[in-house]
Design a protein around this ligand. Structure first.
Ligand SMILES: *Cc1c(COP(=O)(O)O)cnc(C)c1O
Length: 366
């Protein structure tokens, strides 16, 4: 079987370093917001070309805390609207509703699967306060266009970078392309911890101060609570794991690009649509997503041939039971994508012969 993603194989490459990092934390005697978190925050901010990074408990919390901080700062208030793509992973949208803000869905571009910036303006009202855009599958958005609209309407731009660590836009990394960014280090992400973890990057010092209190009970100083905060801190242990993994991220991205290039060159089947890519640097290939009008048959066929595949995602957010208010809404592009997309195996530990096998099997699909 060619697995969709072999996490054990990915992490076991670094097991000596990971175990040493674990031991370092155990021996330190300091387990919350200590030197590992501080060091990781500095290293990850540098990596992202951003001035600051704050470690938090997971990617969803990173996005929740950014919006919550903007509320505390008076930039937005409950009932205000946030533009978000209609075909993202549900977490981007949950972060908005969790804060009592209103998610306003905008359809994606058919080729990039990212927010279609040409459709943003018609959704802007006097309640709109931010654009939360998602670098879906690992590919950067049209940030110049999005930032230009945000500037015109005085909106904040928040990047959801959960799938795109290290992707470049005109020489700059994601996480530094808007006002603030949320990252997830869920184990299956391109930069994955060995448990839950997340981070915020930003160059806005007021935002840094607010979030650093909000993630820690709303307190800058022990037992003095400025906000009704939460507990959402990055673990020392996970920070230590992430410092190891961060050192290998660029070489893993290169390996992912190698697999994707082979797929893009090798897969030739009129029944399958491949991703359309202009700039390889702008994509870090968290997922390699193909499209087929015969997806159900394709999934079975791949399994019969020993190849695992996954659907990202099977149900569009506006059709989820959690969002009954959108039951009657129609988003044709999102709905079409959700019916056709299929993610095929892609990881930095895939063998050349496995990549060749996936290509050959896909080319024989009829
Ligand atoms: C994974 C993911 C998240 C949430 O991250 P968690 O760490 O699992 O909370 C948010 N947005 C997108 C696009 C994701 O893929």
């Amino acid at each position: 079987m060619i697995p969709f993603l072999d996490l054990k194989k990915i992490n076991s490459q670094y097991q000596e370093e990971l175990k040493a990092a674990c031991a370092r934390v155990i021996d330190s005697g300091w387990y919350i917001l200590g030197s590992e978190v501080k060091a990781f925050e500095k290293e990850f901010a540098n990596y992202c070309h951003s001035e600051h990074c704050l470690g938090v408990a997971n990617g969803l919390d990173a996005l929740i805390l950014i919006l919550r901080a903007y509320i505390e700062m008076g930039v937005m208030k409950k009932g205000d609207e946030v533009i978000v793509p209609s075909n993202t992973y549900i977490a981007s949208i949950l972060a908005i509703s969790e804060n009592g803000l209103v998610p306003v869905l905008v359809e994606p571009n058919q080729d990039t699967y990212n927010l279609d910036y040409a459709l943003i303006e018609e959704k802007i009202t006097n309640k709109t306060k931010a654009i939360l855009t998602v670098h879906l599958y690992g590919q950067v958005n049209d940030m110049d266009e999005i930032n230009a609209i945000a500037k015109r309407y005085n909106l904040k731009v928040i990047e959801d970078c959960a799938q795109a660590h290290g992707a470049l836009y005109k020489g700059r990394k994601v996480g530094s392309l808007g006002d603030a960014a949320g990252f997830s280090f869920y184990p299956g992400k391109n930069l994955g911890a060995l448990g839950d973890a997340g981070a915020v990057t930003t160059s806005d010092m007021e935002l840094v101060n607010t979030i650093s209190a909000l993630r820690n009970y709303g307190s800058h100083e022990k037992y003095k609570n400025v906000y009704k905060g939460i507990n959402s801190r990055l673990d020392e242990m996970q920070a230590a794991m992430l410092r190891v993994k961060l050192k290998h991220l660029d070489s893993e991205i290169a390996l992912r690009r190698g697999v994707s290039s082979a797929y893009l060159k090798g897969i030739k089947n009129p029944l399958l649509d491949l991703p359309k890519i202009n700039d390889m640097q702008a994509h870090v290939w968290h997922l390699f997503v193909i499209r087929s009008t015969q997806r159900e048959r394709l999934v079975d066929y791949l399994l019969e041939n020993g190849i695992q595949s996954l659907i990202h995602y099977p149900i569009p957010p506006h059709n989820q039971a959690a969002y009954k208010e959108w039951q009657k809404s129609v988003f044709p592009v999102s709905e079409l994508l959700h019916e056709e997309v299929l993610s095929i195996p892609l990881s930095p530990v895939m063998l050349t012969k496995e990549v060749g096998r996936v290509i050959a099997v896909l080319n024989d699909f009829q």
